[in-house]
Design a protein around this ligand. Structure first.
Ligand code: NAP
Length: 492
């Protein structure tokens, strides 16, 4: 919840006091040649500030710092690594007003969503602080006797972490938490559109006592040019990426050269199914959450909503009524629930997907046109009768658009849900437990929300199958992504 009334003065003071340089080897440094890039407020389209724009040379300095710090972090007692993460968790809560406002300013999300993200992001630090002290191995007698197997876990080594703009803080802590807990140093590159949250987080980690070089933050407008040589160098032993499937594919190819461990959290195309026996009000509330959280700019967003033909009219009317109530505006304004999209490109993409569906025969129940005001606003939109070939049934919409399609049978809806290369999450609403389990098992995704419209939780394994990714973040498997297994055979 927003806990402050925001004035223009408060906004500019916060921007003024936020670090704007690269964080390398525990110090704030300018980019080579003093290059900078612009950060804009998507709710006005206006410039917020400029920040250092790293060159390949800066990237190299960051990676060398991570390499040099690796033995020290790996040797640090797990309890000390845990204490640093706990201190960072506490500092995030102490500074939550600044972190939330900063995120709203650079990314556009409503303050209520930003506060939710700060709490979610901080929780990764607490979760992995607890995990840091529980890294264990095993000891076993060989089945034939005569030898013992000692199995130990060791940090993978320096890591490269790349994050997207839609959750500028949480996508960072979801990687940094397990990396630090496991004893891995890192070079983290946030999205060019939203670097400020991660720079503020670097300040928190610094204040929490993280050793120099353990985390390095590189902001750049030339991601490919700066990151590719680092990935191909083989100095980092792990690449963890969250972003689009298209970029993920490219990075997997680069990582293959030196056979890096990889984690890929990629795009989604979530199905949301409402059976005829569902609690319709609960399904509407779930759809609202799964669709409108972060103004629809989430990999977990309900992208294709399938409703049983016998209840689709009731569901559509109720969902439209709820979506219409959501106030739209600058995320910093009191009560706003729908912020701008992140930039003009995203707005054009959403508009094009809706226009194409409507031209093909979709019916507009709500919204359907960009909002005529400064910034990149698209209104809550509900569509029905989506043509089978519409692009929005295949591509991530990444906006506040709910496309509804009627279905008749369970088999039919399962086949529609699985007719995508993505497999991140699906949502199923039914009061019939057997059906719920049956459908949850049949849908091809790494996660399923059964009668709930949100699945993200730092203590649960988050991730996708098919072209939605590799590996899991969070849960008790999250730290494994940053650990190698070493088997020591002992002759007796
Ligand atoms: P994106 O374009 O793939 O960018 C993600 C990150 O990769 C950014 O930091 C970007 O930097 C960087 N990048 C782009 N090209 C690169 C290259 N050649 N080499 C190295 N880095 C490169 O994705 P996005 O538009 O920021 O984020 C939206 C996407 O993320 C959606 O597809 C969404 O589903 C996905 N996502 C997935 C999850 C998940 O957990 N599965 C969570 C959140 C988001 P620049 O900003 O400088 O381009």
């Amino acid at each position: 919840m927003a806990e402050q009334s925001i004035t223009a003065e408060r906004e500019s003071e916060l921007i003024e006091s936020t670090p704007k340089r690269l964080y390398i080897n525990g110090e704030w440094v300018d980019a080579q040649g003093g290059a900078t890039l612009e950060v804009n407020d998507p709710s006005t389209g206006r410039l917020l500030c400029t920040v250092a724009d790293a060159s390949p040379r800066d990237g190299w300095n960051a990676l060398k710092a991570a390499e040099a710090a690796q033995p020290g972090l790996a040797a640090m007692p797990p309890r000390e690594r845990a204490n640093i993460l706990m201190r960072a968790f506490e500092l995030m809560h102490e500074r939550k007003d600044d972190l939330a406002l900063l995120m709203t300013l650079e990314m556009g999300k409503p303050l209520s969503d930003a506060y939710g993200e700060v709490a979610y992001a901080a929780e990764f630090f607490r979760h992995f602080a607890e995990e840091a002290t529980r890294i264990s191995g095993s000891y076993q007698t060989a089945p034939a006797g005569g030898a013992r197997f000692l199995v130990a876990k060791q940090p993978v080594g320096p890591t490269i972490l790349i994050t997207p703009w839609n959750f500028p803080l949480a996508m960072g802590t979801r990687k940094l938490g397990p990396a630090i807990a496991a004893g891995c140093t890192s070079v983290l590159k946030p999205a060019e559109l939203t670097p400020l949250s991660m720079l503020a987080l670097a300040e928190i980690l610094h204040d929490a006592g993280l050793p120099a070089g353990a985390v390095n933050i590189l902001v750049t407008s030339t991601a490919g040019k700066v990151m590719e040589p680092l990935i191909r160098s083989g100095i980092a032993r792990k690449l963890s990426f969250t972003g689009s499937t298209e970029v993920g594919r490219k990075l997997l190819e680069q990582a293959s050269e030196r056979v890096l461990r990889t984690s890929m959290e990629l795009g989604g195309n979530a199905g949301f199914v409402v059976f005829e026996d569902a609690d319709i009000d609960a399904a509407v509330a779930g759809a609202l959450l799964a669709k409108m959280r972060n103004t629809g700019e989430a990999c977990t967003a309900a992208n294709r909503i399938f409703v049983h033909r016998s209840v689709i009219d009731e569901f559509a009317a109720k969902l439209s009524a709820e979506m219409q109530k959501l106030p739209l505006g600058r995320g910093v304004e009191d009560g706003v629930r729908v912020g701008p999209l992140v930039d003009a490109r995203q707005l054009e993409k959403v508009d094009a997907l809706v226009t194409e569906a409507v031209d093909g025969g979709a019916k507009v129940l709500l919204g359907g046109q960009p909002v005529d005001r400064d910034g990149y606003f698209y209104p809550p939109t509900v569509l029905t009768d989506i043509p089978a070939g519409a692009r929005m049934r295949q591509e991530e919409i990444f906006g506040p658009v709910a496309p509804l399609t009627a279905f008749d049978t369970e088999e039919e809806v399962i086949s529609w849900i699985n007719a995508t290369e993505y497999g991140l999450v699906n949502y199923v609403y039914t009061e019939n437990l057997r059906r719920g389990i049956r459908v949850a098992e049949a849908v091809e995704s790494g996660m399923v929300g059964l009668n709930q419209g949100a699945v993200s939780n730092p203590a649960a394994p988050f991730g996708g199958i098919k072209e939605s990714g590799l590996g899991r973040e969070g849960g008790d498997t999250g730290i494994e992504e940053f650990l190698e297994t070493k088997y020591i055979g002992i002759a007796m």
